[in-house]
Write a protein that binds this ligand. Structure first.
Ligand SMILES: [Zn+2]
Length: 313
């Protein structure tokens, strides 16, 4: 096994210290496919656990090809910190989503330069994985084309989101550069922000093993079979708070609910004695919610998928 740790220089911080993207490459003695796995485009989204688990495993088990690991793809986004909170979703200088600059610009802003270097590396691969976390959630895949469905089925998460329409909110994300370049790619939401959850790490790890087996980079018997229940959806619904206050969630993450169930209970701060139950208007599944119990008027609470919008894979 050939192993290389590399630094891609972006420039310097104001204090004159280097800003580098650190990469790790494992290369098997036998030629094969190339997998690109990047984590941490958004600071604070810890998917480092999955990278670590996979890196250790593949040091022993990669049989063909190359894997490039980028555990902190956007180093600038990890340094925006206030108390214990890492504000790495948006650049606090220009207010833009850190994952909105692909394919990047060599002579552009700091985040455009980072995207440019990442894409220069990613466009040499056969499959690109962009690891994120989503608010409070279970692992799910976001993918942009129907032709990726076999890959999504391999990863094997229960609910997955086909987001095949580019909007101003999603333009410039990793897939926005990879799709036109003709390179297969998936965005994997690995769980909740700032979380360590051994079961979710294992679920994502096993999903990536099945992709590696598909690419013939590891022995097929090293990848456990995908779970039977696998669905995707093309749209979802968001519930906004009807008043400012505090929310207690009553349905569990990933759980099915029925029309008439209480999804959450809002305690509006206008009256200490008041409770506002949010009643489901249809059958569905809760797949993501905001990572807080504190809400302004009109904030997003949970995202759910109506049952009839789920397509079995
Ligand atoms: Zn993210």
């Amino acid at each position: 096994m050939h192993s290389v740790k590399n630094r891609i220089s972006i420039g310097e911080t104001i204090a004159g210290n280097p800003i580098d993207i650190v990469t790790y490459t494992l290369a098997a003695p036998v030629k094969g496919k190339r997998l690109h796995i990047q984590s941490g485009m958004h600071g604070g989204e810890i998917t480092y656990w999955v990278q670590h688990r996979l890196y250790k495993f593949l040091q022993e088990n990669l049989k063909a090809g190359e894997v490039v690991f980028i555990p902190c793809a956007n180093p600038a986004s990890w340094d925006q910190r206030s108390y214990f909170y890492t504000f790495g979703k948006f650049d606090l200088y220009d207010g833009k989503d850190c994952n909105s600059h692909f394919p990047g610009k060599a002579e552009g802003t700091l985040h455009q330069r980072i995207a440019h270097e990442l894409f220069a590396l990613a466009k040499q691969c056969d499959l690109g994985l962009d690891l994120h976390t989503a608010r409070a959630s279970n692992p799910y895949v976001i993918f942009t084309k129907e032709s990726y469905l076999p890959l999504v089925r391999d990863v094997g998460f229960k609910y997955n989101y086909m987001d095949d329409i580019v909007t101003p909110e999603t333009a410039g994300s990793f897939d926005y550069a990879m799709d036109p370049a003709g390179i297969d790619n998936l965005c994997i939401e690995c769980g909740s922000h700032d979380e360590h959850n051994a079961a979710k790490i294992e679920e994502v790890f096993n999903g990536i093993l099945r992709l590696l087996a598909r690419l013939d980079m590891i022995d097929k018997n090293l990848a456990p079979p995908a779970p039977a229940d696998c669905y995707y959806f093309r749209d979802h619904k968001k519930i906004l708070t009807r008043a400012a206050g505090f929310v207690r969630y009553d349905v569990k993450m990933g759980a099915d609910f029925k029309k008439g169930d209480t999804l959450f209970t809002l305690h509006p701060s206008r009256d200490l004695g008041e409770e506002l139950p949010e009643i489901a208007s249809e059958d569905g599944v809760m797949y993501k919610r905001a990572p807080t119990h504190i809400y302004r008027l009109g904030d997003e609470t949970l995202h759910y998928v109506p049952k009839e919008w789920l397509v079995r894979l």
